[in-house]
Design a protein around this ligand. Structure first.
Ligand code: UT7
Length: 395
């Protein structure tokens, strides 16, 4: 049955506990906390533990979003995972997530659009539901980038971090709300501006490709920066105009968290104050496809979004891809509390007769284990974090 509207009914995120600070990176490469903060706005990022994989991060965020939506995992019809760091080339990470969340009936596949993966997957979910094919779609952006970084390359290793963000997108019999305007673009001129050279069919992995470090992310930072500042504003404007809105009407922008200077330049380009841009790049760095999902979940849980608000997700990434969605928010933000019932654990069945190597990069392990004193624990104690808004506990 074709629904009257398609709405976000659940949201959630998960960030691994372990924090990698700029001071830690100073021990690995020729960089400084001052350089990283002033050029990117990043103060720290999260690093997944040995036992975690992209699928386990995704499953925890997904279970939280399902709890917030008030659904049973079996009610999910389709699972989409945006990621550029899958557990394996096959099966899809979405297939592993399906088992980990306890769902036996959904279809599941990955969406490969780099940092735009969450926004592209959200648009895909909306289209499937609008067609009448599915009622509840779980959309997850999840990345474990620290396993694809060269921790001797200061151009890339300071930027990225691990995490996952998720939403449940549902058919509604009520009129209005939800996705009002969408824009997705792909510009192959930028295909080799951010890329991972080897491991695919063009350059299968070999001792030689590994020796050359071609299994790590490479990036032309300046070109990417130029593209990002232009395209984020253009994509956001296209989605806003398809929704029939004026940029000044937008209550909150949830941009891809790559660099605070990129976000500031988009705000300037759209003639908007920075308090309309949600920012958490300081605490997570660039989590690629997870970034918009994590930022959305935090924005709602921090009381920055209320029913009836006009919000815009906007992302860009390798490809070059770009996506923006203009969304009228409909869900009660207080439902976010329901995620507290979901413990930060998920398990994915191990392959039979196969032992993987230790997945942690050796240089990273050495620097993390060398630190004095206890680890800084979870989100609540990160300095400068906005106050959580007071909320009613939902029935
Ligand atoms: O999701 C999409 C992923 N990618 C992005 O969004 C990246 C977009 N690009 C950027 O965010 C910025 O271009 C960077 C943060 C990567 C670099 O900032 P920048 O202001 O463009 O710096 P730059 O590349 O122009 O480098 C300036 C200087 C250079 O030294 P010289 O040639 O002026 O002596 C670099 O070698 O800074 C040097 N540098 C560093 N110094 C300390 C580059 N990386 C570092 C570093 N620490 N980590």
């Amino acid at each position: 049955m074709v629904p009257r509207s398609v709405r976000i009914t659940g949201w959630g995120h998960y960030a691994p506990e372990r924090v990698l600070t700029n001071a830690d990176l100073e021990k690995l490469v020729d960089t400084s906390d001052e350089w990283i903060r002033s050029r990117t706005g990043i103060r720290e990022r999260r690093v997944a533990a040995h036992h975690e994989t992209t699928a386990t991060l995704a499953a925890i965020a997904g279970k939280r979003a399902i709890a917030v939506a008030g659904l049973d995992p079996q009610e999910i019809d389709l699972i989409l995972v945006g990621t550029l760091t899958p557990d394996y080339w096959m099966p899809s990470t979405a297939a592993l997530v399906k088992e980990a969340i306890g769902n036996t009936r959904a279809a599941a596949f990955d969406v490969m659009a780099a940092c735009s993966g969450f926004v592209f997957a959200y648009a895909t979910a909306d289209a499937y539901i609008r067609s009448g094919m599915y009622r509840h779609v779980l959309v997850i952006g999840a990345e474990l980038l620290t396993r694809f970084l060269d921790f001797s390359d200061r151009n890339t290793c300071i930027l990225f971090g691990d995490g996952a963000g998720a939403v449940v997108v549902s058919a509604s019999d009520e009129e209005g709300g939800g996705l009002a305007g969408m824009e997705m673009t792909t510009d192959p001129d930028g295909a080799y501006m951010i890329w991972l050279p080897s491991g695919g069919s063009k350059s299968p992995p070999s001792a030689e490709t590994v020796r050359r470090g071609e299994h790590f992310v490479r990036m032309e930072g300046k070109e990417t920066y130029r593209y990002a500042t232009k395209t984020l504003a253009t994509s956001a404007l296209a989605a806003i105009s398809r929704a029939g809105w004026d940029p000044s009407e937008v209550d909150l922008f949830i941009p891809h968290q790559a660099n605070i200077r990129i976000i500031e330049s988009v705000a300037k380009g759209l003639d908007l104050p920075m308090d309309k841009m949600f920012v958490n790049v300081d605490r997570y760095g660039n989590t690629s496809a997870a970034s918009v999902g994590i930022a959305l979940a935090e924005a709602v849980d921090f009381g920055r979004v209320k029913v009836g608000d006009k919000i815009v997700f906007v992302a860009f990434g390798a490809g070059f891809t770009s996506g923006a969605a203009a969304v009228e928010w409909t869900a009660d933000p207080a439902h976010g509390r329901r995620a507290e019932s979901v413990q930060p654990v998920a398990s994915v069945r191990a392959p039979v007769d196969w032992d993987s190597v230790d997945p942690m990069p050796a240089r990273l392990t050495a620097v993390l284990e060398d630190r004095q004193g206890p680890q800084v624990p979870l989100d609540d104690v990160v300095p400068g974090e906005p106050e959580h808004a007071p909320r009613e506990v939902p029935a």
